[in-house]
Design a protein around this ligand. Structure first.
Ligand code: ZN
Ligand code: ZN
Length: 337
């Protein structure tokens, strides 16, 4: 083969490599940035979500508190999301509801706020007596351990809890991006803030790698379940903004309707304009069910229900013990109807 032909082959080969590798590189970079890979996700066929901590309680069952926690049971997987605001509330409420948490290995902490993380060590210590692996793996998102300095000292209780939890044998899995934690169950990791929703009340600062900035609770993450009836999205406080959260979820699942939104949406201090904007956007996502617990706000639930044209049975204020069951909808206590 002449030098010239060899050079030609080398050019053709380089061009082929460029054409093949470069798009993959771009795609991989895109997927890495968005956090969502492109492969089809398995769908969840059975799902039950039970609220274990929120303000409202039914008769003779549970303790109400400003906080949030829920047990998610999906296709045989059991996972606890958030742990309430008092050390004993979730323990007590699970007892009252006859729910055994000792065979739940995984816990998700949506963000650093005390009303979501204070029950972690009580629950871990109580449950590990029965099963050392109980609540031993905690999914968190990047930013949850950032310092929140204030004149009174450190405001982020997760810094102290981390030491205690790891000393008990617990392990944190810290997400920088979205990740599938079991087939069909996606944790968002930190959510891109496309819209300027300001769904948080704190005015403190956070010490990030790029300096001390306003604390937007950058680690706020939600759980997105890809079910046979559509997406079920479970939030803690929804500080990233429910519209930002749903927008991010739809990047991964553009053709799926939103079957349910469950959890805290931090809309209780929202203005009429903010509520109207949020409700209008929720309408675009075709939300079928809403369990507005914790910081969603009672008025916000009513407004959203009205704007979305949902029946009373499909948009309720969450109570301790209220459930959402795939294919059935919301089962709630008499107080929330
Ligand atoms: Zn919060
Ligand atoms: Zn909260």
């Amino acid at each position: 083969m002449s030098k010239c032909v060899l050079r030609l082959w080398s050019l053709v080969f380089s061009a082929l490599v460029f054409l093949l590798v470069r798009p993959i590189g771009i795609f991989a970079q895109g997927a890495y940035n968005s956090g969502y890979a492109s492969q089809a996700s398995t769908q969840i066929h059975s799902l039950k979500v039970t609220v274990l901590s929120t303000m409202l309680v039914g008769d003779h069952t549970g303790i109400g508190e400003w906080g949030f926690s829920a047990l998610i049971e999906a296709d045989g997987h059991r996972i606890l999301m958030d742990t309430g605001s008092h050390p004993d509330t979730v323990l007590q409420n699970a007892n009252d509801l006859k729910i055994d948490l000792s065979n739940v290995q995984d816990v998700i902490l949506t963000h650093n706020h005390w009303d979501h993380v204070t029950g972690l060590m009580t629950l871990r210590e109580a449950m590990m007596k029965k099963n050392p692996a109980a609540l031993s793996r905690a999914y968190v998102a990047q930013g949850i351990f950032y310092s929140r300095p204030s004149p009174k000292g450190e405001r982020n209780s997760m810094i102290a809890i981390k030491k205690e939890y790891e000393a008990s044998g617990g392990k944190f899995i810290e997400l920088e991006h979205a990740a599938e934690i079991f087939p069909g169950a996606w944790l968002t990791g930190p959510v891109p803030r496309k819209y300027p929703e300001h769904n948080w009340s704190s005015t403190g600062k956070v010490e990030t790698p790029s300096g001390l900035v306003e604390d937007t609770i950058p680690e706020d993450q939600s759980l997105v379940l890809n079910t046979t009836d559509g997406l079920v999205v479970i939030t803690g406080c929804g500080h990233a903004g429910i519209i930002n959260i749903l927008t991010f979820a739809k990047q991964k699942f553009p053709n799926e309707p939103v079957d349910a939104v469950i959890g805290g949406l931090h809309l209780f201090p929202a203005t009429d304009q903010q509520l109207d904007w949020t409700a209008d956007k929720l309408k675009d996502f075709k939300v079928e069910n809403l369990v507005g617990a914790h910081c969603t706000g009672i008025e916000a639930v009513y407004r959203i229900r009205e704007k979305l044209g949902l029946p009373r049975s499909s948009a309720v204020v969450g109570t301790v013990g209220s459930t959402f069951v795939l294919g059935q909808g919301i089962h709630t206590g008499p107080l929330a109807k």
